[in-house]
Design a protein around this ligand. Structure first.
Ligand code: GTP
Ligand code: MG
Length: 260
C-alpha cells in the first residue's frame, strides 16, 4: 500500500464518527475546570469560598475564548465553569463537534494555566439548544446554580473558618432550607447574603458593547463621531427579566449598544 492509499484507508477510522451541529441550532459550550476542588484545596493560596485571583484567571480565560477564532456572543463564568454562547450562524470548522470540544478545552487549559502559573485542565461539553427560549433557560439555570453555590459556599466556609472540620460543617448544615441558610448567615455569622458581591451571587458576564467615540478629522479639523465595540466584563449582571433581555439582545444583535 502506498502512502496515498494508506492515508485514505486510515482517514476513514479517524473521521467516520464525526458529528456536526445542525444549522439553526443554538450552541452553548460549557467548559469546566477538571478536579478544581483538589486544585483549589492543594494550592493553599486560594481563599474560600471566593478568591479574587481565581476569579481574575477565569475572566481572563473567558475573554481569551471569546477571541480565539469562534463567533462567541456571550461568555459567562461562575465557580470553575465557563459557558459560551455562539452566534447562531457560527460556522467555524463547518460546525464539526470534535473541533469545538477539543479546541475550546485546549485553549481554556492553556490560558488559565498561563494566568495561574501552574498546570490546570478543563473539559468541554456542547449543549445543542433548539430555540431562543432554551438558550434563555440555560443561562437562567447557570445563574441559579451560581446563587446556590454562593449560599452553600458561604454557609459551609463560615463554619470552617469558625473552627469546624468538613464533616462537622456538613452535618451542621444538613437539611437546611434556603431560608434557613439565609437566616443562619445573617443571625449567626452577621452576613447579609444580599450584601455579598454581585459577582459571587450571580456570576460574571462578558460581551461586546458598542460605545460612541468622538474625534476630529485630522485634515479639516471637523468633529467626527463613530462607534467602537469593546469587550465588557460585567460584574453586576442584572436579574430575572432584565437578564433575559440582555441575552435576547445578544442573540439578536451579537453585541449590546451603550448608546441607548
Ligand atoms: N477556594 C476556592 N475554590 C474555588 C473557587 N471557585 C471554584 N472553586 C472550587 O472549584 C470547585 C468546582 O466544583 P466542581 O466543578 O463540581 O468540582 P471539580 O473538583 O472541578 O470536579 P470535576 O469538574 O468533575 O472535575 C468547587 O468545589 C471549589 O472547590 C474559589 O474562588 N475559591
Ligand atoms: Mg470542575
Amino acid at each position: 500500500m502506498n502512502f496515498d492509499q494508506l492515508d485514505k484507508t486510515m482517514r476513514v477510522f479517524e473521521a467516520q464518527n464525526d458529528t456536526f451541529v445542525l444549522p439553526g441550532i443554538h450552541m452553548v459550550a460549557r467548559i469546566d475546570g477538571r478536579t478544581f476542588s483538589q486544585l483549589t484545596r492543594n494550592a493553599d493560596q486560594f481563599e474560600a469560598p471566593y478568591d479574587e485571583r481565581f476569579r481574575d484567571c477565569m475572566v481572563a480565560t473567558v475573554v481569551h475564548l471569546m477571541d480565539c477564532g469562534f463567533r462567541v456572543v456571550y461568555g459567562y463564568t461562575q465557580s470553575d465553569e465557563i459557558s459560551l454562547l455562539f452566534h447562531l450562524e457560527d460556522n467555524t470548522f463547518g460546525r464539526k463537534m470534535r473541533k469545538y470540544l477539543s479546541v475550546l478545552a485546549g485553549e481554556a487549559s492553556a490560558k488559565f494555566s498561563h494566568e495561574l502559573g501552574a498546570v490546570a485542565a478543563f473539559d468541554c461539553r456542547m449543549c445543542q439548544l433548539p430555540n431562543e427560549q432554551t438558550v434563555l433557560d440555560y443561562f437562567r439555570w447557570r445563574a441559579e446554580d451560581a446563587h446556590r453555590n454562593a449560599l452553600n459556599g458561604h454557609c459551609y466556609w463560615s463554619l470552617r473558618h469558625d473552627g469546624m472540620n468538613a464533616d462537622e460543617a456538613n452535618a451542621y448544615l444538613m437539611g437546611f432550607s434556603v431560608a434557613q441558610k439565609n437566616d443562619f448567615l445573617f443571625e449567626k455569622m452577621g452576613i447579609n447574603f444580599n450584601d455579598l458581591p454581585c459577582w459571587q451571587r450571580r456570576g460574571i458576564g462578558v460581551y461586546k458593547e458598542r460605545t460612541p467615540i468622538e474625534g476630529s478629522n485630522p485634515i479639516t479639523g471637523e468633529a467626527t463621531s463613530s462607534t467602537r465595540a469593546q469587550i465588557k466584563v460585567d460584574t453586576e449582571l442584572p436579574m430575572k427579566d432584565s437578564y433575559t433581555q440582555l441575552i435576547s439582545a445578544l442573540i439578536k444583535y451579537g453585541e449590546l449598544s451603550a448608546i441607548g
